[in-house]
Design a binder for this molecule. Structure first.
Ligand code: NAP
Length: 549
């Protein structure tokens, strides 16, 4: 649909809510909350946040599956913009689960009085740019219409559930769930035969917890995966004190690091470290647990031989932990370099396969043929089930953006502009879509980074940019084509300098969604480097962007 002529008065008369804002923000997770705070309380803009859920939290509102937990460490999985907030909030565990993160985000929303400008239960159906009026016209499923000069998508990278189109699902007589759309009242697995499809970060977290109460759990594994123990536990008072006393230093490290975590990658090569010493370092990292394992050596993600040392260490751990050699062999038959897919961390994932009530089915060897009324049928057996859990991931990075009907100048749809992949500049803006900003969009480090660190940088850059425009009487910003082409090249070059593209089935590449263009989406050049690029662009008068009155 092309943009139609714009009648602001009629729109405001018809609208069920106040019609016009300086900025509309879509989503009330980490990104949307901070974007609202920055634009409203720092710049004094009129802002409305539209959120489909009936509460704040974004991904944590939806992902309440058994075992769900953040894999960033709590003391760095938080905002850093307010010293008071940092002082008053106390995390209880090394990796917080959804209830604690939701408590935190509600605390933030209440503390900064954000909820009064968030409209919950509001599903954005379309957002069309009206060139004549230089406004975005946003419509919700409920028929409301609003307008704003700036439109900011804060929709998260992993919010569009991927429910695979497996023949016969509609005939299944049991119940089925996707982990990213988990019922808030929970699911009772006791006495039930459960089938779980998917062994990514989510499936690896869910299986051990489901197995505790289910009569039987069958895990359908298509691609075996590495995992390192999370070693979750309560934070000691001494650690909590350390965090309070070192808030600024911790923040500085997260900002200086490649992945936004509160540690730097060790400056030593796995290949140049003598084997016995290397083994001892891996053992130490295994004991410490968590994503720090990846930071043990500098060359794990850039040199296949170096990576092999980590991969083999983990495969050996799997063989040690899992008692049945055939099951261990299937779990250790991993087809990609360590950390080329997002590296999961777990609590007793491999140990779970030692339980009598857990079975592993290798669906690469014996593929799922269909779902029947009674369960799942593979090429060589039928597995009777009461519940199927889809831990099958998301249409990552672009899915949540493209399921809205976003149209820029001349009615050009974002879906069409991105038919060959998400071409943009800095992951922030797309030519032909003036004044539309994406927080942690494709082309930015986003999912390769501890998210709040990436989010704060993006939100602050967008806020500074809008402040600059207002100071200089500028009304429109969008990138030029050359800047986008150059950025796409830089995103590709950054990925190709690593082993990340070697994981051919990764959602980073869009490979998990049939028909999705195979393009490496996140920027792999490191968060600290990306931060500098964005700052330099702004300092050079927003080089690569067209700003106009
Ligand atoms: P994922 O990494 O995309 O894994 C999906 C799993 O489902 C894979 O094992 C995949 O197999 C399988 N699968 C997909 N479609 C299938 C089909 N048609 N038939 C059989 N198997 C199928 O999704 P995820 O585990 O939800 O994780 C997504 C991302 O969310 C993570 O990478 C991470 O960024 C984030 N996450 C983070 C945390 C955390 O912070 N702790 C926890 C969970 C998730 P293939 O590999 O063969 O495609």
């Amino acid at each position: 649909m092309a943009t139609t002529s714009f009648d602001k008065k009629a729109l405001e008369r018809d609208a069920r809510v106040d019609g016009h804002f300086d900025a509309l923000v879509i989503g009330a997770g980490f990104s949307g909350l901070y974007q609202l705070y920055c634009l409203r309380d720092r710049l004094g803009l009129s802002v409305k946040v539209l959120e489909v859920a009936d509460g704040v939290g974004g991904t944590w509102y939806w992902n309440r599956y058994p075992g769900a937990r953040c894999d960033s460490e709590s003391h760095s999985y938080c905002y850093t913009f307010s010293e008071e907030l940092s002082r008053e909030w106390e995390w209880s565990e090394r990796y917080p689960g959804p209830p604690e993160i939701l408590r935190y985000l509600n605390h933030v929303a209440d503390r900064f009085d954000l909820k009064r400008d968030i409209q919950f239960n509001s599903h954005v159906k379309s957002a069309h740019y009206d060139e004549t009026a230089n406004l975005w016209r946003v419509a919700t499923n409920a028929g409301e219409q609003m307008t704003a000069q700036f439109l900011i998508t804060a929709v998260g990278c992993l919010s569009s559930a991927n429910i695979p189109n497996i023949r016969g699902l509609d005939t299944f007589e049991g119940r089925w769930y996707h982990t990213g759309q988990w019922p808030h009242e929970g699911v009772d697995f006791s006495g039930k035969r459960v089938g779980q499809i998917g062994t990514g970060s989510t499936g690896i977290q869910a299986a051990p917890v489901i197995a505790e109460t289910a009569a039987h759990l069958t895990v359908f594994q298509r691609t075996a995966n590495y995992s390192v123990p999370a070693r979750n536990g309560p934070l000691t008072p001494a650690f909590q004190r350390y965090v309070k006393e070192n808030t600024a230093e911790i923040r500085n490290v997260t900002r200086a690091s490649v992945n936004g975590h509160p540690w730097l990658i060790e400056d030593r090569s796995a290949l140049e470290t003598p084997p016995a010493e290397r083994q001892a370092l891996y053992e130490k990292a295994w004991e410490i647990g968590g994503l720090r394992f990846r930071a043990m050596f500098s060359d794990l993600l850039v040199d296949k031989k170096a990576n092999d040392t980590a991969a083999e260490f983990i495969r050996n751990k799997i063989r040690e932990i899992v008692k049945d050699p055939a099951t261990a062999a299937k779990l250790a038959d991993i087809d990609h370099p360590y950390a080329a897919k997002r590296p999961p961390i777990d609590t007793d994932y491999f140990e779970t396969f030692n339980r009598d009530n857990v079975t592993l089915v290798d669906i690469r060897a014996t593929p799922i043929e269909r779902i029947t009324p009674r369960g799942i049928r593979t090429s060589d057996a039928e597995y009777p089930l009461d519940i199927i859990v889809f831990a099958t991931g998301f249409d990552g990075m672009t899915g949540s953006l493209l399921r809205m009907d976003i149209r820029g100048r001349g009615g050009l749809s974002l879906a069409k502009a991105w038919a060959a992949g998400p071409r943009n500049y800095l992951g922030l803006q797309v030519a032909g879509f003036p004044n539309l900003f994406m927080v942690t969009g494709p082309g930015s480090p986003s999912v390769l980074c501890n998210m709040p660190v990436a989010i704060e940088q993006h939100v602050e850059w967008i806020t500074d940019c809008i402040a600059h425009m207002r100071q200089h009487g500028l009304k429109r910003i969008e990138p030029n084509d050359e800047a986008m082409d150059s950025w796409v090249e830089q995103v590709n070059a950054a990925a190709n300098a690593t082993l990340l593209p070697d994981a051919k089935h990764s959602w980073y590449l869009g490979a998990n969604i049939p028909g999705k263009p195979r393009v490496f989406m996140p920027y792999a050049g490191g968060m600290a480097h990306y931060r500098k690029i964005c700052a330099d662009v702004a300092a050079r008068d927003y080089e690569g962007f067209k700003l106009s009155t």
